[in-house]
Design a protein around this ligand. Structure first.
Ligand code: GDP
Length: 347
């Protein structure tokens, strides 16, 4: 089970000042140890300066290495997360920042080597001068990656609470206008409370619910604010955010509100359905929800049937009462079977 939180954790990112403070403070401690050690007196001054320079470089390098090791390499992530990072903070910017940290690491290695040997080959007075020079250079290198550290700190905050996707599960993405009953259905179908995760361009994030049928893991994803409005209104990045979902989804579950109590006429709902069909080249299950009110309230059934009859296959449900849920699960199972067979035939 790939846990997004584990794979995507960016460690705490220090500021240049914090990096330098820590490096110089610890270097001083290391040098203090030399001061009280048994190094011959005439060597001591040089040894102290050498220790300061080498320790400062090492400690700052360790901090950089820790960041570089803990941030996952983007190419190795599942495509969905690559898209997610790109939409949320930008993959290029992310790579550039990590590249800058790598660059600083390399320069510090060089400084450590150069100034270390300069100090060893000099006399005590010169050693102090070289140490000061080295500290100036170290500070300058670390300050040069200020905006990269800033960016990584920003990315850490932005990439917090990414959706935890189970890449082994069959994934069903729920679509339909607001208030058609998407979250009611999600709650009705899945056992536990859905997980709420951040998703770009959704105000409420996305909800992920899990279910097992015959040992098969199924995850449902509801995306309030994304697959619930006309696609023509979307800008490029929003479209990307939507297309990222295509990498995840095996099937789309499109929900109509037959009662129109959501406030959107069936005609508009049909338009949204057609738009989503165009964007997602995926199997789609069509549901007509709130059939309990269509039956009991004074809604012209013929009017609703006009829309229902446009589809070869429709499942009529009441997400509220739980009617029709069984049929949805059967349908998911049969689609999953066919998709598996098709995959098998490809190889
Ligand atoms: P979403 O915005 O698509 O997630 O819609 P919600 O699940 O929040 O539902 C919107 C409203 O419709 C809520 O007040 C629900 O109680 C109601 N609702 C959802 N499903 C049904 C249903 O099958 N029958 C009836 N009568 N009301 C429903």
């Amino acid at each position: 089970n790939t846990n997004a939180y584990d794979t995507m954790m960016i460690p705490t990112i220090p500021t240049p000042d914090e990096l330098l403070d820590k490096g110089f403070r610890r270097a001083k401690k290391a040098a203090d140890k030399v001061r009280t050690s048994k190094v011959p007196r005439r060597m001591k001054g040089k040894k102290i300066e050498e220790t300061r320079v080498i320790a400062a470089c090492q400690i700052i390098k360790d901090s950089l290495k820790m960041i570089l090791n803990r941030v996952p390499s983007i190419e190795q992530l599942p495509e969905f997360y690559q898209d997610y990072i790109d939409i949320t903070v930008g993959v290029d910017e992310m790579k550039k920042s990590l590249g800058a940290l790598n660059w600083a690491f390399g320069i510090l290695t060089q400084l450590e080597k150069d100034f270390g040997s300069k100090i060893r080959r000099s006399d005590s007075e010169k050693a102090t001068m070289y140490q000061r020079q080295a500290y100036g250079r170290i500070a300058s290198v670390v300050n040069k990656i200020k905006k990269d550290l800033n960016f990584l700190d920003f990315a850490k905050a932005k990439l917090r609470n990414m959706p935890t996707i189970d890449f082994e599960a069959v994934t069903i993405v729920i679509a339909g206008f607001p208030n058609v009953g998407k979250s009611t259905l999600l709650r009705q179908i899945t056992n536990a409370e859905p997980e709420v995760a951040n998703y770009p361009f959704t105000t409420k994030g996305i909800q992920i619910g899990h279910l097992e049928i015959n040992w098969k893991k199924i995850q449902f994803i509801d995306t309030p604010g994304l697959l619930d409005r006309p696609i023509m209104d979307m800008n490029d990045i929003e479209l990307n955010a939507m297309v990222a979902l295509e990498h995840l989804a095996d099937t789309i579950l499109f929900i109509f509100d037959g009662s129109e109590t959501c406030g959107f006429p069936l005609e508009n709902q049909l338009n949204l359905y057609n738009e989503i069909k165009k964007v997602f080249n995926l199997d789609t299950i069509v549901l007509f929800n709130k059939m309990d009110i269509v039956k009991t309230k004074e809604i012209d059934e013929n009017y609703v049937n006009q829309y229902i009859n446009q589809f070869n296959e429709v499942i009529l449900i009441s997400a509220q009462d739980g009617n029709g849920i069984e049929k949805i699960l059967n349908k998911i199972e049969s689609i999953e079977k066919t998709q598996k067979e098709e995959k098998f035939e490809k190889y």
